[in-house]
Design a protein around this ligand. Structure first.
Ligand SMILES: C[S@@+](CC[C@H](N)C(=O)[O-])C[C@H]1O[C@@H](n2cnc3c(N)ncnc32)[C@H](O)[C@@H]1O
Length: 293
């Protein structure tokens, strides 16, 4: 069955009104997207900030009369918004497959692969993480995750204990376990991340070595060999004391989620407890590594 999509571009202030209008006109769903290029990085749980200029899409049943829909929208809204109105027919397809078609097996370093469930790489000795990110961050497509995965791939992890601070989908925790880490403690302040991490650990048969820590207090009382934290620069700076207390002397910290212009500030902050290595860059993102003194 085809669908009809109505798109409108509007201001942050008008967006909730248009969303409500679409719902009142029978939209089965509404989607809000950035109409320009304004990244909204890591809102806190429960926060749903929207963009200064937002594109709203209402998805309607294909049986509705599109001329009538256009008239109702034009009639209700100000003339400064309605010129952006576009209606289009969306043909039905196997939506589950459409998502998977855009999520291919990806390799990181010499042997680590992130694969959608059921897809296997054609490489002998490959270490495969089967992943379903659910609603959490972390498919490997973002350079910050990629930098951490490449770091894990080139680092001997056998027998080591790690903390994955801000675990998202659990991608780094599961990869570390598959690469031989003895135990990983994973934490995130977003409950959906904890759910996704648990599901991915079970899918990859490593849940017996993953300890999910729903709060910082549940992290191990003794420091570990490696702390991974792919969060944002500001949060990494705030967490420096805490992350240092979680890292053994001689242990390592691996930080990502840092834009190139923020690297110096984060590195300087971490020199209070760590000997920092030169930054590693991919696109505009940085990975920093340090050894605890
Ligand atoms: C950029 S994602 C990284 C996810 C995954 N580790 C990866 O590398 O793809 C950052 C994650 O950190 C979590 N996070 C941000 N600030 C946090 C904090 N102060 N404490 C715990 N988790 C936090 C977010 O909820 C998000 O899941």
């Amino acid at each position: 069955m085809p669908w009809i999509q109505a798109h409108l571009t509007t201001s942050k202030e008008q967006a909730p009104l248009i969303e409500l209008l679409f719902e009142n006109l029978g939209a089965l769903s509404t989607t809000l997207e950035d109409a320009e290029d304004e990244p909204l990085l890591e809102p806190k749980p429960g926060e749903a900030p929207i963009w200064k200029v937002t594109r709203i899409t209402g998805l309607f049943d294909g049986d509705i009369n599109s001329d009538e829909l256009r008239n109702q929208i034009n009639h209700t809204l100000n003339s400064d918004v309605t010129p952006t109105l576009e209606l289009e027919v969306l043909e039905d397809q196997e939506w589950e497959r459409a998502w998977l078609d855009n999520f291919h097996a990806m390799s990181f370093g010499s042997r680590l692969w992130i694969c959608p469930q059921g897809k296997q790489p054609d490489q002998e000795g490959a270490v495969v993480v089967e992943l379903d990110p659910g609603l959490a961050f972390g498919t490997g497509t973002h350079p910050t995750t990629g930098l951490c995965l490449q770091w894990l791939d080139r680092t001997p992890l056998e027998g080591l204990e790690l903390i994955d601070f801000g675990c998202g989908s659990g991608i780094l925790a599961v990869a570390a376990l598959k690469l031989g880490a003895q135990r990983v403690y994973a934490t995130d302040h977003d409950p959906q991340a904890m759910q996704a991490s648990e599901a991915n650990a079970i899918k990859n048969r490593v849940s017996d070595r993953l300890q999910l820590c729903g709060s910082r207090e549940q992290l191990p009382p003794r420091p570990v060999d490696i702390v991974l934290a792919n969060i944002l620069a500001g949060t990494l700076v705030e967490l420096e004391e805490h992350i240092a207390s979680l890292t053994k002397t001689g242990g390592r910290v691996v930080l990502s989620g840092i834009l190139s212009e923020q690297a110096e500030r984060v590195s300087n902050c971490y020199t209070s407890h760590f000997d920092m290595a030169p930054p590693i860059q991919q696109e505009e993102w940085i990975l920093l590594e340090g050894v605890k003194r």
